[in-house]
Design a protein around this ligand. Structure first.
Ligand code: BTN
Length: 272
């Protein structure tokens, strides 16, 4: 069992600061040994006027949340559970782009550590077909600009195969499983924040092109791959074209028309 090693891998504000190279992200940290959900706390802080870049960090979540009312398994010490407060002055339909930027940042940071991570639109970070991390972006105040945006990052780090509950066991993985090494959570989170801050500031300057290019390189489904997507208008099948400047998925439908799916989930991949 890896838990002894996990105990030797502190993810405290002090440990994070030792590795942090960002200008703003993660300099102000609210740390909780145990909390319901770091996203809930970050949304509360944002509503109370918390400045951009503040981070809510927890050793354990008792009510970790995923997208579509799913839960996020958050046992003590085994993962990274972190939520960042952001205040992008952009229109609400662009919010999904920040979730994608976070997913690209996580995948890039993991690759720098030798783990070949890919992204399944919009928010899953995978190694092979197994999920290693997820992003939960939640915004408040949508007319016409986003007021508060919280980006929550859940990353499986020290779990061994037996640490995942039955329903997750066939589909989840962790850094320890994939790298065989003893990962350092503070180093990894600092690397993710650095990647994300750089991509975020480019997005605010209206330059999404390199993010969209990187997304294409990291996508678990290659361009032209056949997929089924569950979106606001129900299920839609087609060939992946890419992601547009709002983070929406573009699909070529069987008749040749392009379908735009602003939010949803890839539910099936029918590889080429
Ligand atoms: C998903 O894959 O559906 C998203 C999972 C996001 C989990 C993280 S853990 C930190 C933050 N707090 C939460 O309650 N959820 C996110």
């Amino acid at each position: 069992m890896s838990h002894a090693d996990a105990a030797a891998d502190p993810l405290t504000p002090a440990a994070l600061q030792m590795h942090l190279k960002t200008a703003v992200f993660g300099h102000r940290v609210y740390f909780y040994p145990s909390i319901g959900s770091t996203n809930d706390r970050a949304l509360e802080l944002a509503a109370a006027g918390e400045p951009e870049g503040s981070l809510v960090l927890a050793e354990q979540q008792t009510g970790g949340r995923g997208r579509r009312a799913r839960s996020w398994h958050s046992p003590p010490g085994l993962g990274i559970y972190a939520s960042l407060v952001l205040r992008p002055r952009v229109e609400a339909p662009k919010a999904p782009l920040f979730t994608i930027a976070a997913a690209v940042s996580v995948a890039t940071a993991l690759r720098a550590g030798g783990v070949v991570a890919r992204i399944k639109w919009p928010n899953d970070v995978l190694v092979g077909t197994r999920k290693i991390a997820g992003i939960l972006g939640e915004s408040r105040g949508s007319e016409p600009e986003i007021r508060d945006l919280v980006i929550g990052i859940g990353l499986n780090v020290h779990q061994e195969a037996g640490d995942f509950p039955g329903d997750l066991a066939p589909t989840a993985t962790s850094l320890r499983i994939e790298s065989g090494a003893a990962p350092r959570r503070a180093e990894i989170l600092a690397a993710v924040l650095e990647e994300f801050e750089r991509r975020y500031s480019r997005l605010l300057r209206g330059a999404p092109d390199d993010l969209l290019r990187d997304w294409g390189t990291l996508s678990a489904v290659p361009a032209g791959g056949r997929i089924a997507v569950d979106g606001p208008d129900g299920r839609c099948e087609g060939e992946l074209v890419g992601v547009d400047a709002d983070g929406a998925l573009l699909l070529r439908r069987p008749g040749g028309a392009t379908a735009r799916v602003p939010f949803g989930e890839i539910v099936e991949t029918l590889w080429p």
